[in-house]
Write a protein that binds this ligand. Structure first.
Ligand SMILES: NC(=O)c1ccc[n+]([C@@H]2O[C@H](COP(=O)([O-])OP(=O)(O)OC[C@H]3O[C@@H](n4cnc5c(N)ncnc54)[C@H](OP(=O)(O)O)[C@@H]3O)[C@@H](O)[C@H]2O)c1
Length: 302
């Protein structure tokens, strides 16, 4: 009898999301895990809804030490993807699958130059992560599933990889629509909190809700042109969901602005505006948000 193949998994980007997934994979003990980090860590301490784990991990800080892996999970911010090129060059071999645990759309195109033809497996991330220290994160559930993937061979392989962890994986036959629905939330939640420097309580204001509905009507028209059949009431329902979020909840773009970091704007509003241009759809509100946030992000990078 042959023993089952134990997959090798590398995680690039040990922030809130990458740290939680890596810690959960390490605790499940079903793969050979390597963490690709800029500052060495020896353990991961993850507060989870049902328990708290503290697991030893193997972390590399030099891409030259990395070897081809069965799976690469990339959980940097989207704008940091290119900076991970040295890791991807070492980790991607002929059979590698690269899963993107990132917000936004356009991940396949963004990763293609760096993965040497490896399959890119986009995911939608639904759970909430917060990092308190390089080796300490808190995982909060935010819906019925933690991650969604397409119901295809690669998506099912990803779900298999996550078996034994607390991550609930949605295999979806309508994955592009899920991607756009998540993008719609991010198209208002992130820009508005980052620009106003207010937490999500700001969405309870009638004037902000009206502005956001306009932003979402534009984005939904783009989504439909891209082949995601969003219902007419999706903008209203998106705002209804935002209104249920705790008033003191931030967003990652809000926290990045507070920290003076570059913003993940090109993968979110930037992709909506780019797709609108392809289809000849006017999106003046999204364009205005994009311009303002580019100014903020460029100033942070200067
Ligand atoms: N946090 C959430 O609740 C949440 C929810 C849904 C989706 N998302 C999405 O998930 C993605 C990850 O978000 P996050 O909140 O986990 O971000 P994060 O906390 O900022 O983590 C990003 C991590 O990537 C690392 N990194 C960046 N460039 C790197 C490089 N070249 N080599 C190695 N490591 C590198 C950073 O390292 P350093 O520590 O060295 O800076 C950091 O640890 C984003 O697309 C975000 O929008 C987040």
């Amino acid at each position: 009898m042959t023993s089952p193949h134990i997959p090798s998994v590398a995680v690039i980007g040990l922030g809130s999301i990458g740290g939680i997934v890596a810690g959960s994979l390490a605790a499940a003990g079903r793969c050979n895990l390597t963490l690709c980090v800029r500052r060495a860590i020896a353990r991961l301490d993850v507060e989870r809804p049902e328990d708290r784990i503290d697991v030893p991990v193997r972390a590399l800080t030099d891409p030259a030490e990395a070897e081809p892996a069965d799976w690469v999970l990339i959980a940097t911010k989207a704008q940091q993807t290119a900076s991970a090129a040295p890791w991807l060059a070492r980790l991607c071999g002929p059979g590698t699958r690269v899963a993107t645990l990132q917000n936004g759309i356009g991940h396949e195109a963004r990763l293609a130059p760096f993965v040497a033809g490896a399959a890119v497996v986009p995911t939608v991330v639904y759970f909430n992560g917060e990092r308190f220290a390089p080796d300490h994160m808190r995982f909060r559930r935010a819906g019925d599933y933690e991650l969604a993937v397409a119901d295809d061979e690669n998506g099912r392989a990803f779900a298999g990889l996550m078996a034994g962890t607390p991550m609930r994986i949605l295999l979806s036959g309508e994955f592009p629509t899920l991607v756009w629905k998540k993008l719609l939330i991010n198209a208002v939640a992130n820009p508005v909190t980052a620009l106003t420097l207010q937490r999500q309580g700001v969405f309870r204001r009638a004037d902000v809700r009206e502005l956001c509905l306009g932003v979402l009507e534009e984005a939904a028209a783009v989504a439909r042109a891209e082949g995601a059949p969003l219902a007419a009431d999706v903008p209203r329902r998106t705002m209804d969901v935002l209104a249920t979020h705790p008033a003191d909840a931030g967003t990652s773009m809000y926290f990045d602005r507070l920290a003076g970091n570059a913003l993940e704007i090109e993968a979110l509003t930037g992709q909506i505006v780019a797709a609108a241009e392809r289809h000849g759809i006017a999106v003046p509100l999204n364009r205005a948000l994009l311009t303002l946030l580019r100014v903020v992000s460029d100033a942070a990078e200067a």
